[in-house]
Write a protein that binds this ligand. Structure first.
Ligand code: SF4
Ligand code: SF4
Length: 278
């Protein structure tokens, strides 16, 4: 059994009896503690009004980067809680080159983690040989139904986008070989795209002259129709010149009394013959 420290040991008189504390000494001690803590920096987190600043390696939730997963099942086998569920099927991939052999590969059907069982040990992330699992600092995924704590692959993928970027490399460190390989692939793809664009531009070049030809043809059509209109206008002018010119008054007279002579010549049905006889 450990002894109490000297400051916590009750003081005694010379006869060995415990010394009686001075009146008000307890109050003074309490006030001293209050004063001491008042001057210290506060450590209370005002969550949820203020989000806590968590360290980047916080074990909040696990994110799955599906493209890297080869369905090797290592994580599910090593999980001490058996809370990783993986389903897959095999698919045959045709040979890349003629004469080669077809290959089979695993295709992921289901990847789920039951976070109601997970104990956040991180073994699955450690053992994954293909960097498909990552810790995310997100922690706000409590549910009212425990079954909703089983996160399927879509949900695990969403967590992936909350994974913080890895810390920067030390100055002078070698560039990671994954980045070098990814850079080479990106350069190759960019060169292929550039070539494809140039070829497409060359194929489009003859087509580009067609609009000019069309424009020339339409301009010629417009000229031809303008010439036709001019010819028609000239014909009309010629016909108008051939017609005898009449004064305006005559023409009005004609319009006011157009059928007087003919009406007189052809009697109406109301007065057929009487007028004619008279
Ligand atoms: S963190 Fe541990 S308990 Fe949770 S899924 Fe991974 S291996 Fe299983
Ligand atoms: S260990 Fe990695 S690659 Fe293998 S099944 Fe698990 S997540 Fe996928």
């Amino acid at each position: 059994m450990s002894r109490p420290s000297p400051e916590h040991r009750p003081s005694t008189t010379s006869s060995g009896r415990p010394r009686r504390p001075l009146p008000g000494s307890g109050l003074a001690k309490g006030l001293a503690v209050t004063l001491r803590t008042m001057t210290r920096k506060t450590v209370t987190e005002q969550y949820p009004d203020a989000q806590p600043e968590l360290p980047p390696r916080t074990r909040g939730v696990i994110g799955l980067f599906e493209e890297n997963c080869t369905v090797c099942m290592l994580c599910a086998r090593e999980c001490p809680d058996w809370c990783i569920y993986i389903d897959s099927h095999k698919e045959t991939v045709p040979a890349a080159a003629p004469g080669g052999r077809d290959r089979s590969r695993n295709v992921l059907d289901r990847f789920a983690i039951d976070f109601s069982l997970c104990m956040y040990c991180g073994i699955c992330i450690e053992v994954c040989p293909f960097d498909a699992l990552f810790w995310s600092p997100e922690f706000e995924y409590s549910e009212t139904d425990i079954r909703d704590l089983t996160h399927e692959r879509d949900k695990l993928r969403e967590w992936m986008w909350t994974v913080p970027a890895p810390p920067a490399l030390d100055p002078g460190a070698e560039e990671p070989k994954e980045l070098v390989a990814a850079g080479k692939t990106a350069d190759k793809l960019a060169a292929q795209q550039q070539t494809a664009r140039q070829e497409a531009a060359q194929q489009d070049a003859p087509r580009a002259t067609e609009p000019h030809a069309d424009a020339q043809a339409s301009a010629a059509d417009a000229q031809a129709s303008a010439a036709d209109q001019q010819a028609r206008a000239a014909d009309e002018q010629a016909r108008a010149a051939e017609r005898p010119t009449r004064p305006m008054g005559d023409s009005k007279q004609q319009t006011d009394q157009p059928r007087t002579t003919s009406d007189q010549a052809q009697p109406t049905s109301d007065q057929p013959e009487q007028e004619g006889r008279s």
